[in-house]
Design a protein around this ligand. Structure first.
Ligand code: GH3
Ligand code: MG
Ligand code: MG
Ligand code: MG
Length: 323
């Protein structure tokens, strides 16, 4: 699992970019004081004097933190904070209210609007710095955790996908194919839709192994599987049934259409030239095709009929399709 990647992201997020702090206050003296205080700590400070301008700045600059005055003529701090929190893109930006309002109700309202902290004016510079530092660190840790979690989810999804694959040929393995097939079979039965199975087997594959060696044999298997996989529709599935045998599931496809597809696959594989260390190797396939019938009570019955059709194709001399 790529847990290491998640950790790398965490590290990259903790590199030294100056945090951007948006300071919003309609009183120029306050704004100047706060700007000087924070700039001295090498924060990247962006001063704004109005609520509406603050919202625009938040959306464009995406600051790491907002220091927000409450009483402002055009739009008060509560409103600014509410709008910022309502927008998914900016909702995670921490807002520290900084206001001369000193009633408990005012403070509580600030938290209810989504603020993370409240500083009363006149403020103590050291206290402002301490609170800013703390909330920046918390926001940073949260971002890193979220990024790590996203990466973890991606790694888990990749891992789950790999677990469904046949490692040699890159198509579904037998157990996952069965899972899919059972599901499609149930749907086809329930809604009385056509469903067709094709069983493919590489002809005289043992001879390919014997003549060129198993590694070349593996390469041929991969080429056959991938060529078939690229020819089918996205709704169709291909699985490795065993050794040099593959199985196709074609939802909403009746027998004549499946036979047409199978024939096209047969010709494509017969024309396929696999370039190997031992030169160009060719192969042919035999295909057995069976459409679900109302008497098929289980998927195994359908597979069994496709399998018998395949053996008929082998008996007919191989490199052919029987349905
Ligand atoms: P037929 O036309 O009747 O299908 O003949 P065949 O030789 O293809 O069939 P047989 O079942 O006799 O041989 C299949 C061979 O496939 C035997 C086995 O060693 C080989 N095989 C199975 N899995 C693999 C694999 O993963 N890699 C390689 N290289 N060979 C495999
Ligand atoms: Mg004010
Ligand atoms: Mg074979
Ligand atoms: Mg076989």
């Amino acid at each position: 699992m790529q847990v290491k990647n998640a950790y790398t992201i965490f590290l990259s997020m903790t590199t030294n970019r100056s945090p951007v702090i948006l300071v919003v206050d309609d009183t120029p003296a306050n704004l100047l004081l706060l700007t000087q205080l924070l700039s001295a700590q090498s924060y990247d400070v962006r001063p704004v004097t109005q609520g509406t301008a603050a919202l625009t700045a938040i959306r464009t600059i995406r600051p790491d933190l907002v220091l927000l005055d409450i009483r402002m003529p055009d739009m008060d701090g509560y409103e600014v904070c509410q709008q910022l929190k309502a927008d998914e893109e900016t909702a995670q930006i921490p807002v520290i209210f900084i206001s001369a309002l000193d009633d408990v109700e005012d403070k509580v309202r600030a938290f209810e609007c989504g603020g993370v902290d409240y500083i009363a004016k006149p403020f103590q510079p050291l206290e402002v710095l301490a609170r800013v530092r703390t909330h920046l660190a918390l926001a940073q840790a949260r971002k890193a955790l979220e990024a790590a979690n996203r990466e973890l989810q991606r790694a888990l999804a990749r891992e789950a996908e790999l677990a469904r694959m046949d490692w040699l040929t890159g198509v579904y393995n037998r157990s996952h194919f069965y899972e899919l097939a059972r599901h499609e079979f149930a749907i086809a039965t329930r809604y009385e839709r056509p469903l067709t199975m094709c069983m493919l087997d590489v002809d005289h594959f043992k001879q390919i192994n014997d003549r060129y060696g198993h590694l070349v044999g593996d390469q041929v298997l991969r080429a056959v599987a991938q060529t078939v996989a690229h020819q089918i529709r996205t709704a169709d599935s291909i699985g490795r049934f065993g050794g040099e045998e593959f199985i196709l599931l074609l939802p909403n496809t009746n027998l004549p259409s499946a036979l047409t597809l199978a024939e096209r696959l047969r010709v494509t594989i017969a024309d396929l030239q696999v370039h190997t260390d031992r030169g160009i190797v060719t192969a042919t396939i035999s295909v057995g095709v069976a459409e679900r019938q109302s008497t098929d009570t289980t998927i195994e019955r359908l597979i069994d009929r496709a399998d018998r059709a395949l053996y008929a194709a082998k008996r007919q001399g191989r490199n052919c399709v029987v349905g």
